[in-house]
Design a protein around this ligand. Structure first.
Ligand code: ARG
Length: 459
């Protein structure tokens, strides 16, 4: 296959080198962007009097034909043509002749690949935003469905204080909500148009970059050509967004895996979202959560790889930058898949309210409430903490829970205890009393749900 850049060479490229340096295997997924970008570029070239109008017409017809061929599966990509840009340009020239050879006027593959990747990231960012929003919705739905379920809240994975399960779900809503706003930032930085930078320094032709930006719906144009062709910040920001978001999904995965273990039994996942074992007939494994937790490492790896690739590069374009795509594409696919399966799984999981409550009852996670009770009767908190600790110690020795103690037993530790103490340390009261803004009380959680719905309306 004759190269589009073959002029100064006297030998053909080694077969192995062709294969090694090609990106067509993975950048072919940007064919729509490449064609749309070329149509906008050709339109601009004619409007600015750089190529004849009739050539632009032929170019657009030819490119539309190629688009149809690719979508119908009638286009064979050639590794010897390196990448999506040259595969399409070569085919165009084969189809329409000389006019095709005018398309690359005032353009380099360096600004072309930047344009395609910006458009691709912009498109996928919008798709992923919908999936993040759906995951946010799923979390709020589950919070509402189990609005009165009480569970132990943990610190150090030790039972700490009773909380509402809904409160726990809404914590993840808050994380996903921040992910959403990070994604908006990615979109803004992807929405800058690099074409017209040429190989690195601009072009000698009287081009109109604004006109290209308008046709492709870009909000802004890069104002430094060196930056335009070498900037990969928007990819790094996408990978950062993805790493943080996957880290959030990985944390909820860890909890789900624990919660559906026999030891916790707080939730049960739908059969449709679990798998069995080829040897142990009784098994029902939370593979989705495990895989999402596992894939988080892979996404973080892509971020590290891209940072490492970019950190030593002199301006402007270097072929190293071709390495930006596989990690980016894999991250896009992984994030989309993970979000989709997760939303479905969260919506279908069943919460075992009785067992969660039992875990709260048969524990000392109301010990803070016992101390707070005494503080409200006038005892300084440090002393109240001591009294509550001693009561817990007594219970452990007596093999009892705080709820089992009689008023007389309580009074051994402080004369401030009165009849109402038993009511005060019930799980429901412990939850209801944590009514500070952002706390776990029924009222605060209801407010959080309301706020979440308002936030989602504007997303
Ligand atoms: N396939 C290349 C990439 O992905 C396109 C740009 C190549 N430019 C060049 N001068 N070799 O980065």
């Amino acid at each position: 296959m004759g190269k589009l850049w073959g002029g100064r060479f006297s030998k053909t490229t080694d077969e192995m080198i062709n294969e090694f340096q090609a990106s067509i295997q993975f950048d072919k997924r940007m064919y729509q962007e490449d064609i749309a970008g070329s149509i906008a570029h050709a339109t601009m070239l004619a409007k600015c009097g750089i190529i004849p109008e009739s050539d632009t017409k032929a170019i657009i017809d030819g490119l539309q034909g190629i688009l149809a061929d690719i979508e119908a599966g009638n286009f064979s990509f050639d590794v010897a043509l390196e990448d999506i840009h040259m595969n399409i340009e070569k085919r165009l020239t084969d189809r329409i002749g000389e006019a095709g050879g005018r398309l690359h006027t005032a353009r380099s593959r360096n600004d072309q690949v930047a344009l395609d990747t910006h458009m691709y990231v912009r498109k996928e960012t919008a798709n992923i935003a919908k999936l993040v929003l759906d995951m946010e919705k799923a979390l709020v739905e589950v919070a509402e469905k189990y609005s009165d379920a009480i569970m132990p809240g943990y610190t150090h994975l030790q039972r700490a204080q009773p909380i509402l399960f809904a409160h726990h779900m809404l914590a993840y809503f808050s994380m996903l909500n921040r992910d959403f706003s990070r994604l908006k930032g990615v979109y803004e930085r992807a929405d800058i148009m690099p074409l017209g930078a040429g190989a690195l320094a601009g072009t000698t032709f009287p081009i109109d970059r604004q006109l290209v930006a308008e046709q492709l719906n870009f909000g802004a144009v890069y104002n430094n050509s060196l930056d335009a062709v070498s900037d990969r910040d928007y990819i790094l920001e996408f990978l950062s967004f993805a790493s943080i978001m996957m880290m959030h999904l990985s944390r909820i995965s860890e909890e789900i895996i624990l919660w559906c273990s026999r030891e916790f039994s707080f939730i049960e996942l739908d059969d449709a979202h679990c798998t069995g074992s080829s040897m142990m007939p009784q098994k029902k494994n939370p593979d989705v959560s495990e895989l999402v937790r596992g894939k988080t490492g892979r996404v973080i790896g892509h971020l590290m790889a891209m940072l490492t690739t970019a950190k030593g590069l002199p301006l402007a374009y270097n072929k190293d930058l071709q390495e930006d795509k596989e990690g980016l594409f894999d991250t896009i696919d992984t994030v989309k898949f993970s979000l989709s399966v997760y939303s479905a799984m969260i919506r279908a999981m069943r919460v075992n309210q009785e067992l969660m409550l039992k875990a709260v009852r048969e524990d000392f996670s109301n010990a803070t409430d016992l101390a707070d009770y005494l503080v409200k009767k006038g005892l300084p908190f440090r002393q109240a903490h001591e009294v509550s600790g001693k009561s817990v110690h007594y219970c452990i020795e007596q093999k009892k829970w705080l709820m089992d103690l009689t008023l007389e037993e309580f009074k051994q530790f402080s004369p401030l205890f009165e009849e109402d103490i038993l009511e005060e340390i019930k799980p429901e009261t412990c939850v209801a009393n944590r009514n500070s803004f952002g706390g776990t009380s029924y009222q605060q959680v209801e407010l959080q749900i309301k706020t979440a719905k308002e936030i989602m309306k504007n997303q």
